[in-house]
Design a protein around this ligand. Structure first.
Ligand code: SAM
Ligand code: SF4
Length: 335
């Protein structure tokens, strides 16, 4: 009952039950759609400590958050990340229903066992290609074989794996069917994502953009798909692929506005809470975290921020000179 009264409800009556926490803006890759080649990362002193991130997570769980996703940058390059995973993992079954991670897979060989032991049973791994050379082209500095070993380690551990693939025009459009097949064979879920115009990357977004309607049509040349009723409150629409008996998701910020059922907010590694991925509205949680050991001011700040959550994003792929775009790179809020 207490939780019901104190739930985080936004002005559009959406219940906020899902928080994505970015634990670092750094990454061991430089994916061309996510970052520019030369990135300036935050000074480490600006980051919330792992203890502060744990305290913040506990407060959010108290306020009715049921699902926490740890993301980044690459979350598994944050030093001592298992401290946080262990702390938050202990809350599973005590308010928290699920702890998950989005990762590029590069550190999974090392961490899969401990993540699983600490409660991470489901994981999203980003992989845009099955071609080693193309992988280098997309990630600039990533090691394909290491990622595949990491994916296998997570699979062997028994984690439920979902592969996230950004659809990139002229880059991986000829691999869509391969990816569906590979994920089907491995019993991985698969979600395609449309490129979102976030941050300057030294290239025109429209050059990378491939609408997922095209991806779906391509899949249908070989596979039969039917709509899946699964609703996660998230931006993905799902279909069931009959031949591979697998769920395929489509995250389409441009071709379908996914905001009406939004149940989430995002927190950066410096404690800024963004109410919407595609807007600049944010609240500073670092100050209330540091100002008092008591959580009242922190909770008040969170309530106030949620009461100002915007209705939705307004991403525009073909930006004209004065049109709005999101200056933050994706590694700040973590997808
Ligand atoms: N480093 C981890 C990873 O790659 O999975 C976690 C952070 S990454 C920012 C989270 C997700 O955002 C990844 O699936 C990535 O492919 C996706 N992403 C990054 N930049 C994007 C963009 N501009 N548009 C769409 N998706 C993007
Ligand atoms: Fe790093 Fe993930 Fe961004 Fe790629 S998408 S550069 S792996 S944060």
């Amino acid at each position: 009952m207490w939780l019901d009264l104190h739930m985080l409800i936004d002005p559009f009556q959406r219940k906020i039950s899902y928080v994505r926490i970015s634990v670092t803006d750094r990454c061991d890759f430089r994916c061309t759609y996510c970052m520019s080649e030369e990135m300036q990362f935050l000074p480490k002193k600006d980051l919330l400590s792992l203890e502060e991130l744990e305290r913040l997570s506990n407060v959010l769980i108290e306020l009715g958050v049921k699902k926490i996703r740890i993301t980044g940058g690459e979350p598994l390059v944050r030093k001592n990340i298992l401290y946080l995973i262990n702390g938050v993992g202990k809350k599973i079954g005590k308010g928290l229903e699920e702890l998950t991670i989005t990762t590029n897979g590069s550190q999974l060989e090392r961490y899969a066992k401990d993540l699983f032991k600490n409660g991470v049973k489901r994981i999203n791994i980003s992989l845009d290609t099955l071609d080693k050379n193309k992988f280098k082209l997309i990630t600039r500095i990533g090691d394909f074989n290491k990622v595949i070993r990491g994916i296998n380690a997570a699979k062997e551990e028994g984690m439920k794996i979902k592969i996230n693939t950004v659809a990139l025009k002229g880059i991986n459009d000829n691999e869509i069917l391969n990816l569906v097949n590979w994920c089907g064979e491995n019993k991985f879920g698969l979600t395609f994502i449309e490129v979102m115009p976030m941050g300057e990357i030294g290239e025109k977004r429209a050059n990378q953009y491939m609408p997922l309607t095209d991806v779906k049509s391509l899949i249908q040349t070989k596979y039969s798909l039917s709509d899946d009723p699964l609703k996660t409150g998230g931006p993905a629409r799902y279909v069931h692929c009959h031949e591979t008996d697998q769920k395929i998701g489509f995250i389409t910020p441009h071709t379908h506005n996914f905001c009406e059922s939004c149940n989430r907010v995002r927190i950066t590694c410096t404690g800024e809470m963004y109410m919407c991925l595609g807007q600049q509205d944010k609240a500073d949680l670092k100050t209330p975290l540091r100002k008092s050991k008591n959580n009242d001011f922190l909770k008040e700040t969170i309530y106030k921020a949620i009461s100002q959550k915007p209705k939705g994003h307004d991403f525009v792929i073909e930006r004209k000179k004065d049109e709005k775009f999101v200056p933050r790179h994706m590694n700040v809020t973590g997808g």
